[in-house]
Design a protein around this ligand. Structure first.
Ligand SMILES: [Zn+2]
Length: 229
């Protein structure tokens, strides 16, 4: 859904509510069409589109940013679907089964894969896709969930720096996108989940393995501490 059908209605209602004649209504609609038809370089994250629960009570609906200011912003050109998320259920934890930035891999159209975030063993965070866009990480789970890849292997735990970095991403998502402060093991749930919880519909992966999946409790403790302070 885009803001196309919402904004003129609201604006028209406002003008009518003010008891003005039809001429200003037409003028308002005309001006709106002028504005909406213009291709501006303004940040798309500011465009009113998907209604957000946080802004439901305010008339000036401005979406929260889809890019985390604290992460290295490395937008990919392919392997994601813009503006096609269906809510913000939370974040899905993945294991890379390898080391090093995934930017090159996700920039290759052949791979048909991507994630929103990636975290190195040292805790560096890279972001490849806005969380308003659908990354291609967990199939049927792509519409509702953001995704984070973690460098390393399933038989080794996340480093302390990775736990901290995933927590920082989650704090950002909790504050701006309403990700709940919970660990979940259900694709129908919300919170910090795993790739494996989606079963066959999500690609049938064991990712991120039991060692890293169990570390979600420590991550969520860190998130709660951070939001309290
Ligand atoms: Zn995975």
């Amino acid at each position: 859904m885009t803001g196309k059908h919402r904004q003129p209605t609201r604006r028209g209602m406002f003008v009518l509510g003010g008891g003005l004649a039809l001429a200003p209504v037409s003028m308002a609609l005309f001006l709106w069409k002028e504005q909406s038809g213009r291709q501006t370089p303004a940040a798309p994250e500011e465009a009113p589109a998907v209604p957000q629960p946080q802004t439901a009570s305010t008339s000036a609906a401005v979406r929260p940013p889809g890019w985390m200011a604290d992460a290295a912003r490395m937008p990919i050109e392919v392997n994601f679907r813009p503006e096609s998320r269906d809510g913000q259920r939370g974040l899905i934890l993945h294991v890379q089964q390898g080391e090093g930035s995934l930017f090159e891999r996700f920039s290759d159209p052949v791979t048909k894969s991507s994630s929103h975030f990636w975290v190195s063993r040292a805790g560096e965070i890279e972001q490849y896709v806005s969380v308003h866009d659908r990354a291609w990480t967990q199939k049927a789970g792509n519409a509702g969930w953001a995704s984070i890849e973690t460098s390393g292997f399933a038989d080794r735990p996340l480093t302390a720096a990775q736990v901290e970095a995933v927590a920082r991403v989650y704090v950002w998502g909790a504050r701006l996108h309403g990700w709940p402060l919970e660990v979940t093991d259900s694709p129908e749930g919300r919170g910090l989940g795993t790739h494996s919880m989606g079963g066959g519909d999500w690609g049938g992966h064991a990712c991120p393995g039991t060692i890293r999946a169990r570390q979600r409790d420590a991550i969520m403790r860190r998130v709660r501490d951070s939001l309290r302070s």
